[in-house]
Design a protein. Structure first.
Lengths: 340, 484, 312
């Protein structure tokens, strides 16, 4: 049983690698760049120096949060395509709280991160409510909410939540006490990576050892059997989408408090979408997702270098990520993915 | 002797670890009604699918010059389309680039009348009763003028009067030269209507008979390969009322209407009836899965009419659902986790917010031992188990929870003979130990083997009650068909 | 009174303009879903169509050639999804999401390669008022044509059968995999026209993310239109109306983001109201996992199939 699992992981990892190197090479050739140069620039940019490696971990962390959220919803049988919007609103809430709340660092940090989680949880909860109360398709609901979130953030940050001292589209710098402490000096790598890894462990425990996780997995694996076994599917739907959003929102908050030190509407270059790929590559298992996040962090961070050093547009990475998602779409995790 | 219209030679087919067919030969001759019998899992449906072309065997030869038609056990109709669209799908009469609807209607009408089948070409299939839907499926195959017609369990969902009418059509077809194969386990129909019988067991042909020269007893013995293991002994019990239902109505059309009945501790009440006469609504109302009107009392305490299976489970009601694959098991999980499902909200498996893994393992091992589940490793994925072993887990976990009331809905559906006998024995043992058992089954033989009392359902209502000692098979059959 | 009438006509016209890309995308979605394949990748297909149209129009100077290229690009993108979803039986929603991400990235990549600059292309030869009107008329005509196709023609009947019960279709001798594949590809070609309209009719350039979620609104339109061509068109017009309102109300001092959000909010509200009351094609979203049926049909020659074929 364990060997069987490992075999599948290995095979899927192999597919992902083929897509990455294959599609990447083709794209690089189209850009008149030798794949060797292109990939060298990518990996050099990801690992070359300590600060570059730290930056890779920063990207990995930014992906790990929403990926864990997406995976939680997925295990419950729900497609959360709205992690991007939940992340952005979480960042906005954290940004505003961080500006307004000076105080001892612990209080400030906890408050900003909490604000982010609450905002993300609320946003995810809307889709969860629509699903739970009306049976509304959460794919479409989260897609709609994504766009609305972006518009809401843009409006708010220049409107009712605008601070006089800030530029357009962003908040002023957060109070220093709200900044997450760096764990590698002179880099942007903060304790957020620790928080993310701890969260992964917590989720692993929740999925495999708690009654809540058991019911959640039952709802995703066989909703009718779960229902007859006493699982409240509606409650699970609401809880799963709320927690999922909260985790993504927490991710947005850590971006604001740890990396940018302010909220900016350009906060996320699509982390919420790439997170879907990360969750799939990680087979929806929290520990493997952390590994996958690291791999994708390499891609994301290395891509910037690749663009600067080898003149390959960084959007190549998005193409690769999208293709990886397609290549791994054959895995079935939940009952909703049955065949006819 | 003339050449058979269809011949199968040396057919082998494997699904995963199960050898469904292990070297099967079969001939179908013009004008015969050939019965293919065997217990569940014998390979009959697979063989029919191969003869039709829907499955490809691993080895073997299929020879036929004829057009082959197949009427499936579970109809393959497009519910939202109408009758002529279903019958003429893929062979639509055209006028330019459009479908010629007038011609289509006419063709279907003529075809139906020609075979003595009464059906409205414009009716939407999902609005039709099951017996009529079967006619549509039959017409679809007849439209292709098949030389060979395969029918898979054609009378499973028909009332006795519909069965007689069905066989009239089939006999006429055979007389006109078609070779008919009927896959069935209803031995009386085999004796009454077929010309030849082929008996299968565990993927092999074990006997061939000419119908006039054999009997249901001989066929049954060949199907089972000897005598069945005896069922558990029925101990004397002193039944006290446990479940009392009054004026129970549930479900929409085809549901339960005004049901009043009792089930006592230490007895098995069998609910007999043709599929689709309210049994599902009855089971679901008791399970707390659908809403209902009327009252249900368990040991004198009224159960709330709220739709919460959790409350029912807490009250001591356990249900063996009709479809284990979607309603009872999480196929991707292990045996252990499946045993825990439904018992995960109370001690000993639940400890606060955590699952007690030792308790889960203990419960799983208990079920595996008592029911002889193979393979016996609790971490085995349930999807890898045979249907019989899967059902053992469902039954075992329900009984392991020491229920007050057990609702067993088709508890031996689609499992092999051995597993079925074991499940039935365990049900009797539960009855002996004081559990109140409500057995809902579409197999009259099962009801008669197990029940202390028999209730008959027809049209959603309870239309008759019989004691074990005085039950009359003919009367029950008549009541099932809606007679008096 | 005259001013009111003029305003009304203006809004009506603007509604049509805003709705046209949605109509194309929604019709593509309807065709795909009626055959049983959910196409979440409409957004990516529209992007692909928009970009290809601009690229080719810029290179050749002809918006018509550009439009054709857009249609072709949409068909190709849809073919990728169709292959993965039908022949391989992969999860349609996951694959569609991947397609969106990949297409967006590919278009951004292409921007730099073809136009040498990120963010937006330069202006290219585009459709004038005549071409724009022609496309809108085409959209409405396609709605009628698709309705006729689905309800009156043999192929439409087969598409519908595959979407409801592919096993039944297989039992009738139809190949659900092939039927679904071509339905998705054709749907992609139609949907891509929506992107072409955005980049060559409403504007005359391509900019990153210019579809702004319209492909997702089209999905909502498919549901509200109860998976019928006319219904989806009506829903698209409804959403287009909200978009059109945005410009009028903006002058009333209401923030533009709120206006932009109106169609998406409307979609959410309607989603909540309609869920449970509409029925998708029964096999929508479920890959067909049966073997292709080959009913033995002797006809004029003996059919003697022998397996396994490769044994000596």
């Amino acid at each position: 049983m364990a060997t069987f699992f490992r075999l599948r992981i290995v095979r899927d990892l192999g597919i992902a690698l083929i897509v990455v190197f294959g599609a990447g090479s083709i794209a690089m050739l189209l850009a008149h760049v030798s794949p060797v140069d292109g990939f060298y620039a990518l990996f050099d940019g990801a690992f070359g120096t300590t600060s570059e490696f730290a930056e890779t971990l920063v990207s990995a962390t930014a992906l790990l949060f929403p990926a864990l959220g997406v995976a939680l919803a997925f295990r419950a049988g729900l497609f959360n395509i709205g992690a991007e919007g939940q992340l952005v609103l979480g960042g906005l809430a954290a940004g505003v709280t961080g500006v307004l709340l000076p105080g001892p660092p612990v209080v400030s940090i906890v408050a900003t991160l909490l604000a982010g989680a609450l905002a993300g949880g609320l946003w995810g909860g809307i889709a969860g409510f629509l699903k739970s109360r009306f049976g509304a398709n959460e794919v479409i609901a989260t897609l709609m909410l994504n766009v609305i979130a972006g518009l809401l953030a843009t409006y708010a940050v220049d409107g009712p939540l605008h601070f006089a001292s800030a530029n357009e589209g962003e908040t002023p710098l957060l109070a220093k006490t709200a900044w997450l402490p760096a764990i590698v000096p002179d880099t942007r790598l903060t304790i957020s990576i620790v928080i993310a890894l701890l969260l992964a462990l917590v989720l692993w425990f929740a999925f495999n050892r708690t009654v809540f996780g058991f019911e959640l997995r039952a709802a995703g694996g066989a909703p009718e059997a779960a229902r007859r076994a006493g699982v409240d599917l509606r409650r699970i739907a609401l809880q799963a989408m709320t927690y999922s959003g909260a985790i993504a929102g927490l991710g947005g908050a850590t971006l604001v408090t740890g990396v940018l030190h302010r909220f900016n509407t350009g906060l996320s270059p699509g982390y919420g979408f790439v997170a879907i790929a990360v969750a799939l590559v990680g087979n929806l298992e929290p520990v493997w997702i952390a590994v996958a996040a690291f791999a994708f962090g390499i891609l994301q961070n290395g891509a910037l270098s690749m663009q600067a050093e080898a003149s390959v547009p960084r959007d190549v990475v998005n193409v690769i990520e999208g293709l990886v998602i397609i290549a791994l779409a054959g895995r079935r995790y939940i009952a909703a993915q049955r065949t006819t | 002797m003339s050449e058979p219209l269809l011949a199968l030679r040396g057919i082998r087919k494997r699904f995963g670890t199960v050898q469904a067919l292990d070297g099967v030969d079969l001939d179908l001759n013009a004008g015969e009604i050939h019965a293919l019998v065997g217990e569940n899992g014998a390979g009959k449906s697979t063989l029919a699918a191969i003869a039709f072309g829907a499955e490809i065997p691993d080895e073997g030869r299929l020879e036929t010059k004829a057009v082959v038609g197949l009427v499936h056990q579970h109809f393959q109709l497009v519910d939202r389309l109408n009758v002529w669209e279903n019958v003429l799908l893929g062979r639509e009469p055209k006028r330019g680039w459009r479908i010629d609807r007038v011609a289509a209607r006419e063709r279907v009408r003529a075809l139906a009348t020609g075979h003595g089948l009464d059906v409205d070409p414009d009716a939407i299939v999902e609005t039709l009763p099951i017996g009529v839907q079967q006619r549509v499926e039959l017409l679809r195959e007849l439209e292709r003028a098949p030389g060979v017609l395969l029918l898979d369990e054609p009378t499973a969902a028909l009332a006795p009067t519909e069965i007689a009418s069905f066989f009239r059509t089939i006999t006429a077809l055979a007389r006109s030269g078609t070779a008919v194969l009927i896959v069935t386990h209803k031995l009386q129909e085999v004796i009454d209507y077929s010309t030849r019988v082929t008996v299968m067991r565990s993927g092999r042909v074990v006997a061939r008979y000419v119908t006039t020269a054999t009997s249901t007893g001989e066929i049954a013995r060949a199907m089972v390969g000897g005598e069945l293991p005896p069922l558990a002994e029925r101990a004397p019990t002193t039944p006290a009322t446990r479940l009392r239902a009054r004026n129970l109505s549930a479900g929409s059309s085809g549901g339960l209407v005004d049901g009043t009945f009792e089930v006592r501790a230490g007895e098995i009440v069998g609910v007999a009836g043709v599929e689709g006469n309210g049994q599902s609504a009855l089971a679901d109302a008791l399970a707390g899965v659908i809403s209902y009107t009327g009252t249900i009392e368990l040991d004198g305490v009224p159960l709330t009419a709220a739709v919460t299976p959790a409350a029912r489970l807490a009250s001591g009601v356990r249900v063996i659902p009709q479809d284990r694959r979607t309603e009872a098991l999480v196929l991707g999980w292990s045996i252990a986790e499946n045993v825990a499902l439904g018992r995960h909200q109370t001690a000993p498996i639940r400890r606060g917010s955590i699952l007690d893994r030792a308790a889960v393992l203990a419960a799983a091992k208990d079920v595996i031992e008592r029911f002889g589940v193979r393979p016996s490793d609790p971490q085995t994925a349930v999807a890898a188990l045979s249907g019989g072993n899967q059902q053992k887990i469902v039954v075992g976990r329900a009984l392991g929870a020491q229920p007050k009331l057990l609702v067993a809905y088709q508890p031996t559906r689609g499992i092999d003979v051995g597993a079925a006998a074991l499940v039935r024995s365990r049900l009797i043992e539960a009855r002996n130990a004081g559990v109140a058992v409500l057995l809902i089954s579409f197999e009259l033989d099962e009801i008669f083997a197990l029940a202390d009392r028999v209730l008959v359902m027809s049209g959603g209502r309870f239309v008759g009650t019989f004691d074990r000692a005085t039950v009359d098979r003919g009367r029950v059959g008549a009541l099932m068909a809606g007679g008096r | 009174m005259n001013a009111f009438l003029i305003a009304l006509i203006a809004i009506a016209g603007l509604t049509l303009v805003k709705a046209t890309p949605l109509i194309f995308a929604a019709l593509g979605g309807v065709l795909s879903e009626r055959s049983g394949v959910v196409n979440v990748g409409l957004e990516g297909i529209m992007i692909g169509g928009a970009f290809a149209a601009v690229g080719v129009s810029g290179a050749t100077g002809s918006p018509w050639l550009g439009a054709s290229a857009g249609v072709l690009a949409g068909a190709l993108l849809a073919a990728l999804l169709a292959f993965v979803a039908t022949k391989l039986g992969y999860d349609q929603i996951v694959a569609g999401t991947g397609l969106n991400i990949a297409a967006l990235g590919a278009a951004a990549f292409g921007l730099v390669l073809v136009f040498g600059q990120p963010g937006a292309s330069r202006e290219v030869p585009a459709f004038g008022a005549v071409g724009e009107t022609a496309l809108t008329v085409l959209a409405l005509a396609l709605a009628a044509a698709l309705s006729l196709f689905l309800n009156r023609t043999p192929w439409g009947l087969r598409v519908r059968a595959c979407g409801e019960n592919p096993r039944a279709a297989a039992a009738a001798g139809i190949d659900p995999v092939r039927t679904r594949f071509w339905a998705v590809v054709a749907g992609g070609a139609i949907a891509a026209l929506g992107g072409v309209f955005l980049s060559l009719a409403e504007l005359d350039l391509y900019s990153d993310g210019m579809t702004a979620g319209r492909g997702f609104i089209a999905l909502a339109a498919v549901i509200f239109g109860r998976w019928t061509p006319f219904g989806a068109t009506g829903a698209a017009l409804f959403f287009g109306f909200f978009s059109a309102l945005q410009y009028t109300l903006q002058r009333a001092g209401i923030p533009s983001e709120l206006m932009q959000a109106l169609p998406y909010l409307a979609a959410l509200v309607a989603l909540a109201g309609l869920a449970g009351r509409v029925r998708a094609p029964a096999s929508d979203g479920l890959p067909y996992a049966g073997t292709p049926v080959r009913p033995s049909s002797g006809m004029t020659h003996a059919s003697s199939a022998e397996w396994p074929r490769d044994r000596p």
